[in-house]
Ligand binder design. Sequence first.
Ligand SMILES: C[S@@+](CC[C@H](N)C(=O)[O-])C[C@H]1O[C@@H](n2cnc3c(N)ncnc32)[C@H](O)[C@@H]1O
Length: 223
Amino acid sequence: MNTCKKFMIRVDNAICRRLIDAADEIKDKKICGQSLVKYVPSVFRDDKNGIGSTGSQSTSYVILKRIFSHVELKEEDNFIDVGCGKGRVLAYLIDQKCPCSLHGIEINPESGKIAVEWTKKYDNVTVEIGDAFLIDYDRYSVLFLGRPFLPKTFLSFIEKLESTVTHPITFIYWVDQQSGYLLKDRPGWNMQFREVLRRINGIRIAYCPQSYSVWTYKPKKTV
Ligand SMILES: C[S@@+](CC[C@H](N)C(=O)[O-])C[C@H]1O[C@@H](n2cnc3c(N)ncnc32)[C@H](O)[C@@H]1O
């Protein structure tokens, strides 16, 4: 790609980012009483070795609307956002009057405290500040991951999940392009849907296309 084209994409991306953030901020304030737009850097990240966590960038409402159009949450479900940041995914689901219980876990106290604080007023929502590797996933039926981990850490997480879950789960992976392939051909995992997003309603959603996939995981020994 030539320099001029790259420059045009950068400008387009910067303008679209501002538009998306402005729209998100209005929704955040309505649902959470505060903006969740601010980026919070990672607590630990080693890109060279593919280990650690990403920073907390909230997923935009337009993207969440698109992703959740492929997932039906029922009253009996138990949903968790693994690495919930400031709680944008929970905010989206609250706004959609999602009928099931909603949970979030976040390792970074700076982001986690924000999510804990604003979710207090909602009965069906809980947020914990802690390490996603230390909780029991057998309690949950639907997991959302907005690329919380670098690839090697993601693989360790999947291994942990497989060793603890005893019932079928739905697994939603947003920004799966770096490590989503690790789920392919793993026993028990089936991809239900995948989409590469460039623009939504004509608005560029990121500098590079971003993709998400919806999976089901059925453990061998299903209870
Ligand atoms: C890109 S943000 C996504 C935030 C939110 N899920 C969303 O989509 O709006 C990823 C988050 O995962 C968190 N995270 C990374 N590793 C974690 C871990 N081991 N336990 C809990 N949270 C973690 C990061 O601190 C970061 O806030």
